[in-house]
Design a protein around this ligand. Structure first.
Ligand code: ADP
Length: 165
């Protein structure tokens, strides 16, 4: 059975991430989504536990998708969960430049055990990012086209708290 790890911040998970997860599900027997702490991202939008709850709800009817929250390195999470590799999504050459370095580091620190597979978002999802969703939230704009209904509901709750209504 081929298991693969899809690590990221998912703050919040977008339809771009979901597009990559769907593609990974077509290619592998099991996809383990790992919500990891990104040391470069200090201010989070949703707490780790909330992100875990959201993604679990989205995939509650899919037995081939497992979700975990961890503060370990992606390669260690991959090895602990018997994943033979890591999946990452590519949107642009900027992603490519970043991901090629990351894939080499991950291979190196796992003593050659963990390879990375890059998948390309379908064109209508290519421009979606968690940071765009967060910015639109603070501008009081509709994000329903970019996120699943489970995320939208959580964002609307957050908006009501943010606006004090
Ligand atoms: P990270 O904090 O590691 O950048 P993200 O949650 O932002 O994590 O993204 C996880 C992975 O999903 C990364 O490989 C990122 O490039 C990819 N990704 C994010 N949004 C999209 C999208 N719209 N299309 C394709 N891949 C995406």
């Amino acid at each position: 059975m081929k298991k693969v790890l899809y690590p990221g911040s998912f703050d919040p998970i977008t339809k771009g991430h979901i597009n990559i997860i769907n593609q990974a599900c077509d290619l592998f027997d099991e996809v383990v989504i790992a919500i990891l702490k990104n040391p470069n991202k200090k201010n989070f939008f949703f707490e780790g536990d909330e992100r875990l709850e959201i993604i679990k709800e989205i995939y509650k009817d899919n037995p081939n998708v497992k979700i975990i929250l961890s503060d370990k390195a992606a390669v260690d999470v991959a090895l602990e969960n018997d994943c033979s590799g890591i999946v990452r999504g590519l949107r642009s050459v900027t992603d490519f430049d970043y991901e090629i370095g990351l894939s080499q580091v991950n291979k190196d620190i796992s003593s050659g055990r963990i390879n990375t597979v890059c998948l390309f978002a379908d064109s209508n999802y290519q421009f979606i990012s968690s940071s765009v969703v967060r910015e639109l939230f603070y501008l009081d704009k509709d994000v329903s086209k970019y996120v699943d209904d489970v995320v939208l509901e959580k964002i609307n709750q957050k908006r009501r708290r943010y606006n004090g209504t």
